[in-house]
Design a protein around this ligand. Structure first.
Ligand SMILES: Nc1ncnc2c1ncn2[C@@H]1O[C@H](COP(=O)(O)OP(=O)(O)OP(=O)(O)O)[C@@H](O)[C@H]1O
Length: 518
């Protein structure tokens, strides 16, 4: 697949003067200025003893001298700790709140990611008396509402009527972690769900959000969290970009919200990614306020320090055989194998199962699986009950599974960003890891160009012992035969049932598109 041609985009002025995260070092918790003792204890319980550089940088711009005065755009490698970088200052800042209401909203593109981020907030927020909610559509909307909205206390003989109590309904949560689809459901239908007091908006995996045109949640959230202002719509923001030449917020300085006439701070936005877009028209959708750009080093992208990129060359038809030989050589180390689509994930998993007894346990993961199946699979993978997870790009972004030692691109990543996110499932939190890409000889040139764009100068050519491949040939032949027989059987059944209904398009699951949006 050809990478779409890039227009020569201007770099926004504020992006030309970034704060380099590399100038910061890990900081032991005891030395973190102003860190609440209760949060320090909660972090220690998570076995965290110091903050990572991106966390120190964000802390200084929020709790430190920066004191949340500017919106932050954070471009930091995969696995560098971006989640805690925003969660910690937000929780510390809200720890002194007197009245409970929804003050921080964290939006993520998929349910699996939202569940993961909620766990991080759950580990620290209760230590300072804050409540964290989840709006992802994992349970029925009624169940979700019951966790998000406090029912008023009723006198004897009175029954609860949400219409009548609309003005008295209050949020049960201070922080909400949400996916866009379910967030919009609550905005549209849930009585008492209000964004009026929102102080922090986090858009994690920002570039993923900004490239999806169907997302109307962002202008809606911006409008509802600053009701006294002009609507921030896509036309107004592009107008502002084109006429003023750089991004500017429409927000008046900090007086529009608060309780009983008291001023409350403006809505602060934190946007993050390992591959943050630099496209001005996309960034303009965020209506950023004096944005400060924090990035890692001079290059556009950076892959983790201890990540090694490797290639494995073979003919296309031998890919499954080479994959199995490679996995055998890795001796049960935790691996994620990426394919280009859900269909290829399912097929590869079936084929590997036809190999019979293999010295590693495999399972599959793709976006349109039922949520409970995906959660169970991830859980087993985390616990080490599964060694090899075959996946579409549904798991490529953000997923954090401890101990993944290897990523294998069974199908080459179509774009540099996809490569960075896939590879970033290993070598996290300062650990080492390897990213193998199985390639045909003819793909090598394009792959090397992609690696260079990813900021990675070198890659190692991996070879397999010849006998490991030869030994597997007979079993590979018979596995292929069984797969083809299965195909024949399925198409016969389908033919009988539908009399030749057209086949569906291949179900490409680009970075979890199918898992997104709820
Ligand atoms: N200060 C810390 N000390 C030790 N481990 C940490 C620290 N901060 C985060 N981690 C761990 O590092 C891992 C990666 O963190 P996180 O998922 O936030 O990375 P990320 O930068 O968001 O990555 P991605 O771009 O892939 O989403 C997690 O397992 C997390 O628990």
């Amino acid at each position: 697949m050809e990478e779409p041609k890039k227009r020569n985009l201007p770099i926004l002025p504020w992006m030309r003067r970034p704060v380099d995260i590399q100038q910061f070092e890990d900081c032991p918790l005891g030395l973190v200025p102003c860190l609440d003792q209760r949060l320090q204890a909660a972090l220690e319980k998570m076995t965290i003893s110091s903050l990572f550089p991106v966390q120190v940088a964000v802390w200084l711009e929020t709790i430190g001298p920066g004191s949340f005065e500017r919106d932050l755009c954070i471009n930091s490698p995969t696995g560098s700790g971006k989640t805690l970088a925003y969660a910690l200052p937000i929780v510390q800042q809200l720890s002194t709140r007197k009245i409970s209401c929804l003050r921080a909203l964290v939006v993520l593109p998929t349910r699996d990611l939202a569940l993961q981020v909620k766990k991080v907030f759950d580990a620290i927020a209760p230590a300072v008396g804050l409540h964290v909610g989840l709006a992802v559509g994992q349970s029925s909307i009624e169940e979700e509402i019951s966790t998000l909205i406090k029912k008023p206390k009723l006198g004897v003989g009175m029954s609860f009527d949400p219409e009548g109590f609309q003005t008295e309904l209050q949020s049960s949560v201070d922080i909400l972690v949400a996916t866009p689809g379910r967030l919009m459901d609550h905005i549209k239908t849930t009585k008492g769900f209000s964004l009026r007091h929102l102080c922090y908006l986090v858009v994690d995996e920002t570039d993923r959000f900004l490239r999806e045109e169907y997302q109307s949640w962002l202008p809606t959230v911006l409008r509802l969290s600053c009701p006294d202002q002009q609507e921030v719509s896509s036309h107004t923001s592009s107008y502002y970009f084109s006429t003023i030449g750089q991004l500017r917020t429409l927000r008046r300085c900090g007086v529009e919200r608060g309780f009983k006439g008291k001023m409350s701070p403006r809505l602060v936005k934190l946007v993050l990614s390992a591959t943050l877009t630099q496209d001005p028209s996309k960034l303009s959708q965020l209506a950023l306020h004096h944005p400060l750009f924090l990035t890692t080093g001079p290059k556009r992208y950076k892959i983790p320090e201890r990540l090694e990129s490797c290639t494995l060359i073979c003919e296309s038809k031998m890919k499954p055989l080479y994959l199995v030989a490679l996995l055998q050589g890795l001796r049960g180390e935790k691996c994620i194998v990426f394919t280009s689509s859900m269909k290829r994930t399912r097929r590869l998993t079936t084929l590997l199962k036809f190999f019979g007894e293999l010295p590693f346990k495999i399972s599959q993961f793709w976006g349109q699986q039922h949520q409970s199946t995906r959660s169970k699979t991830l859980d087993s993978f985390r616990k080490g009950e599964i060694d090899v997870l075959i996946s579409s790009d549904a798991i490529a972004r953000g997923m954090d599974v401890e101990g993944v030692r290897n990523v294998i691109n069974y199908d080459m990543a179509p774009y540099v960003k996809t490569y960075i996110h896939r590879a970033g499932r290993t070598a996290r939190a300062g650990q080492s890891g390897r990213c193998f890409t199985i390639l045909r000889k003819g793909e090598m040139k394009r792959f090397k160009e992609m690696l260079q764009k990813a900021g990675e100068g070198s890659c190692t050519a991996h070879t397999l012992p010849a006998d490991s491949v030869d030994q597997l040939r007979p079993v590979y032949e018979s596995a292929l035969k069984r797969l083809k027989e299965g195909d024949l059987e399925t198409s016969k059944k389908k033919g009988m049932r539908a009399g030749g209904i057209k086949r569906k398009k291949d179900d490409v699951d680009v970075e979890g598109a199918a898992a997104a949006g709820d």
